[in-house]
Design a protein. Structure first.
Length: 481
């Protein structure tokens, strides 16, 4: 382990190249004032810079740093468990976009502290580190505090997956107390595209590392909240959310809904022929544009909140994703004192941005969001990796109807058993009589679980923190619902 006091330490630190490796037995050995720079001979082009960060919840170990991949640098936060960091599971978390920082998940949803106004962070009792160690990662390059030296970028999920899998391995190799711990990869929104591919890369990497004598990552499960995993089923479900009582009472006129319903068969046919059965870039883009015009445009003209259909959102509100709290988060993370405490590199722009339109545009230019991802989850299920799909019922943009449809259509050996299960109510701690105390609905079989959270929007832990913590705790414990 090396340490550096240079303001730009990566400029003077070579990749780990001497064939030696000394794991860090305890994170408490890390410095609060300088980065420890870690490398591994199995990944000679990767370093990890990590330091203690005395911010947020000072009752637990908090750490920040960078994954250095040659000239690309991915920022991360890591919080130890409030319960027992020496035995509790490890969770990886990413937000979506593509191009949105995991600082949104951190300070708005499931972190040890939340930012709700201009006063900065405050203690969050329903944090997911209540009994788990958790990462928040700003990825891909160009998102949040992540940066590149010479303008390098990543523009597909498959590219990003290689960097994430390497980081996961290097971290577990260095911090040996977490070795063998159950590991869960979680994400939200476009995380429905990211996380299945990331988890598959970690799983496949395990096979390669085993042949080289390394301990595999104990990949236990995947958790996706309000994800976009199968755009084909998600696109047509827009009708159900606007013209039926699937979530709230119908929001469009009868005439609009009649026109929309007539377009569904044509939309499905075009998407299936051009994007699903055979991927043709030009035809798939045209099919997507046709469906968006007829099935999604009416919603955008309604000025409702796409992340919570029960609420309005004017055009100006979209600048902060319809949630003013995102502006408070950006202001806090732009403070020089905060950035110094976190160890943010001086190369990062001074004004923090929650989402990068440049990264989003690059992924869109490569049609990344049109690539179906559900087969990654089918393959992981076949290999014993459990999958949780949870969805707030008020979300329109990645709604529960579309997510339920693709889980029922997923091709895997447990499909028949899963589809035979009826949706049934669940409650926090299982404590309800009939619908009293009901938190949502759940269907589960053979390692796949689909569940809804009543009256929650796109960001379930933000709207329903107690329900979100309960479902996470029961999931990682394997107790079920």
């Amino acid at each position: 382990m090396k340490q550096s006091t240079d303001a730009r330490p990566y400029l003077r630190v070579a990749a780990y190249d001497d064939g030696l490796f000394t794991p860090v037995e305890d994170l408490s050995a890390l410095s609060e004032t300088q980065f420890s720079v870690l490398g591994h001979p199995a990944f000679p082009n990767y370093n990890v810079r990590i330091k203690k960060s005395a911010f947020c919840d000072e009752t637990v170990g908090a750490y920040t740093g960078y994954i250095d991949i040659e000239a690309r640098h991915i920022f991360f936060y890591f919080f130890e468990s409030r319960n027992d960091p020496d035995t509790d599971d490890v969770i990886f978390w990413t937000n979506g976009g593509p191009g949105c920082s995991s600082s949104l998940g951190l300070f708005m949803e499931l972190d040890p502290c939340r930012i709700s106004d201009a006063n900065g962070p405050s203690f969050h009792p329903e944090s997911w580190n209540t009994n788990a160690n958790i990462f928040f990662v700003d990825q891909p390059i160009g998102v949040g505090f992540s940066y590149a030296d010479y303008g390098e970028s990543v523009s597909t999920t498959e590219e990003a997956a290689k960097d994430i899998a390497a980081f996961v391995f290097v971290f577990f190799e260095h911090f040996t107390k977490f070795k063998g711990r159950a590991f869960h990869m979680a994400g939200e929104s476009y995380g429905g595209r990211y996380v299945p591919v990331f988890a598959a890369e970690v799983y496949d990497q395990n096979a390669k590392l085993l042949t080289e004598g390394f301990a595999p990552i104990n990949l236990e499960s995947v958790m996706i909240g309000n994800g976009i995993t199968d755009f084909y089923h998600q696109m047509t479900s827009s009708f159900d959310m606007q013209c039926t009582s699937a979530s709230v009472p119908p929001t469009l006129s009868v005439a609009e809904c009649v026109r929309m319903k007539q377009m569904i068969p044509r939309c499905e046919k075009r998407l299936k022929e051009s994007c699903v059965d055979k991927f043709d870039a030009v035809d798939c883009v045209a099919a997507g544009a046709f469906c968006e015009t007829h099935l999604e445009l009416p919603f955008w003209l309604s000025e409702r909140n796409p992340y919570d259909i029960s609420q309005p959102c004017d055009a100006k509100g979209m600048e902060d994703l319809c949630y003013p709290v995102t502006r408070h988060i950006s202001n806090y993370l732009s403070l020089p004192s905060v950035r110094q405490s976190l160890g943010v590199d001086p190369a990062v722009p001074a004004n923090f941005s929650s989402c990068s339109p440049i990264v989003g545009a690059a992924f869109n230019a490569h049609l990344d969001g049109l690539r179906p991802t559900e087969d990654y989850l089918g393959a992981l299920l076949e290999r014993g990796v459990r999958v949780l799909i949870y969805v707030g019922t008020y979300d329109w943009i990645c709604n529960w109807v579309g997510n339920e449809r693709w889980t029922l259509a997923l091709e895997w050996s447990g499909r028949e058993a899963f589809n035979k299960e009826a949706l049934r109510p669940w409650a926090v701690g299982g404590n309800f009589t009939g619908d009293k105390g009901r938190a949502g609905l759940v269907r589960s079989a053979k390692g796949l679980t689909f569940m809804t959270i009543d009256a929650a929007g796109h960001m379930v832990p933000y709207d329903k923190p107690k329900e979100a913590l309960d479902l996470m705790q029961r999931w990682i414990s394997g107790k079920g619902f």
